[in-house]
Design a protein around this ligand. Structure first.
Ligand SMILES: [Zn+2]
Length: 321
C-alpha cells in the first residue's frame, strides 16, 4: 500500500515524526563537532540505520539528515560547494529507508548567520541558499519540507518563501525554538508564539509548531496549549472575513496543523555537555498530553531516541487509531 497525500494525512490524526539524529550519530561513534550532514556522503549506512531504527519505532515520517546542509552552514566546514550532493543524497537515503508507505521530510535548518542590519546576510543571498537546498532535496524525492529550529522571523519567512517558490506543490512545515524564561516563551531572537503563528499562517504553510529550545516537559505542554489557543484566535478572526474558514472549523479541521518536537526535557550540564535525562515513558506521557490538546504531529528533538518514539507510538496508538 502506498502512502496517502501528506497534506490529507496530517489532518487525519496522529502523525508521528522521528527523534533526534545528532544524538544517535554520537551514539554511533561519530565525533562531536563533525559535519553531520556530510555523513550522507561519507557514511550513508550509519544515517540509513538511524532512519530505519525510527521507522521500526513507529515514525510515520523521517527527516533527512540535512539540517545544516545550506551553503552558509556548510561553509563553516569548508564544503559550501557540496550543497547539492549532500541534500540529494540525504533525501535518497531517507527515501530508500522509508520505502513507499512512509514519508520523508526534507530538513532545513537555519543558516547560522544574521540577516542585515543585525548581521551581514542579504535577504536575497539567504533566499538563494534555501532555494538551492530545497531543489536538491526535492531531486532526491522528499514528500515535503520541515523548516526547523528557527529563531528569527525574517529568516523563517525567507526559508518558507524559498521552498514554496521551487516546490510549491509540496507541503511545508515550519517550527521555532522557544525557550521558557520569566513565565513566557520566546525564541533567542525575542519572537513570541503569537507572531510566529500569525506569520506562518499568512505564508500559507501546512503545519506550524515548535522544536528544540529549552523547557521542561510540563513547559512544552504549556507551549503546545499556547499554540492551539493562538491558532484558534487567529482562525476566528479570519472566519469573519472568510466563510470557508468557518466551515473548516466546524468540520473539526484547522487550516493549519500544529506540530511539536520537544527535546527529552531540559538538558543538564554534565562536564560541559548537555545531557537529557527524560525517560521514554515520561516523554510519552507528555506527548500524550500534547496530542490531546489538538496537536496532530508529534516527534522529538534533542536527546530523544528510537526508544522515546517507540514509547509514544505505543501509548498513543494502542486502541486509539
Ligand atoms: Zn533539538
Amino acid at each position: 500500500m502506498s502512502r496517502t497525500n501528506l497534506r490529507e494525512r496530517i489532518k487525519q490524526g496522529l502523525f508521528l515524526l522521528d527523534g533526534a539524529m545528532g544524538t544517535q550519530l554520537i551514539a554511533s561513534g561519530i565525533e562531536v563537532g563533525k559535519c553531520n550532514d556530510y555523513l550522507n556522503i561519507e557514511s550513508p549506512d550509519i544515517v540509513s540505520n538511524i532512519h530505519k531504527a525510527y521507522l521500526q519505532a513507529g515514525s510515520d515520517a523521517i527527516l533527512t539528515n540535512t539540517f545544516g546542509a545550506n551553503k552558509f552552514a556548510l561553509a563553516r566546514h569548508g564544503i559550501a560547494e557540496e550543497v547539492e550532493r549532500i541534500n540529494t543524497t540525504g533525501a535518497k537515503i531517507a527515501r530508500q529507508a522509508a520505502g513507499r508507505d512512509r514519508y520523508v521530510l526534507g530538513d532545513i535548518g537555519p543558516s547560522g548567520d544574521f540577516l542585515k542590519p543585525l548581521g551581514d546576510l542579504e535577504p536575497k543571498d539567504l533566499k538563494d541558499a534555501f532555494v538551492q537546498q530545497a531543489k536538491a532535496l526535492s531531486a532526491g524525492g522528499v514528500d515535503g519540507f520541515i523548516i526547523e529550529t528557527m529563531t528569527a522571523l525574517d529568516e523563517a519567512a525567507i526559508a518558507i518563501e524559498a521552498v514554496k517558490l521551487v516546490c510549491g506543490d509540496l507541503p511545508v512545515f515550519a517550527s521555532f525554538a522557544f525557550d521558557h524564561a520569566g513565565g513566557d516563551y520566546r525564541t533567542m531572537m525575542g519572537l513570541d508564539v503569537k507572531s510566529a503563528v500569525s506569520k506562518a499562517l499568512s505564508l500559507g504553510i501546512d503545519a506550524v509548531g515548535f522544536n528544540c529550545g529549552s523547557a521542561t516537559l510540563d513547559e512544552y505542554i504549556e507551549l503546545a496549549e499556547k499554540f492551539v489557543l493562538e491558532i484558534m484566535v487567529l482562525e476566528k478572526i479570519r472566519a469573519t472575513s472568510d466563510p470557508t474558514s468557518l466551515k473548516l472549523r466546524r468540520a473539526g479541521e484547522r487550516r493549519v496543523t500544529i506540530y511539536a518536537e520537544p527535546n527529552a526535557g531540559k538538558p543538564e550540564l554534565v562536564d560541559g555537555k548537555a545531557v537529557y535525562n527524560v525517560s521514554p515513558e515520561d516523554f510519552a506521557l507528555a506527548a500524550e498530553k500534547i496530542h490531546s490538546l489538538g496537536v496532530n504531529i508529534v516527534g522529538g528533538c534533542c536527546g530523544t531516541t528510537p526508544e522515546h518514539i517507540a514509547a509514544v507510538s505505543k501509548k498513543l496508538r494502542v486502541g486509539n487509531e
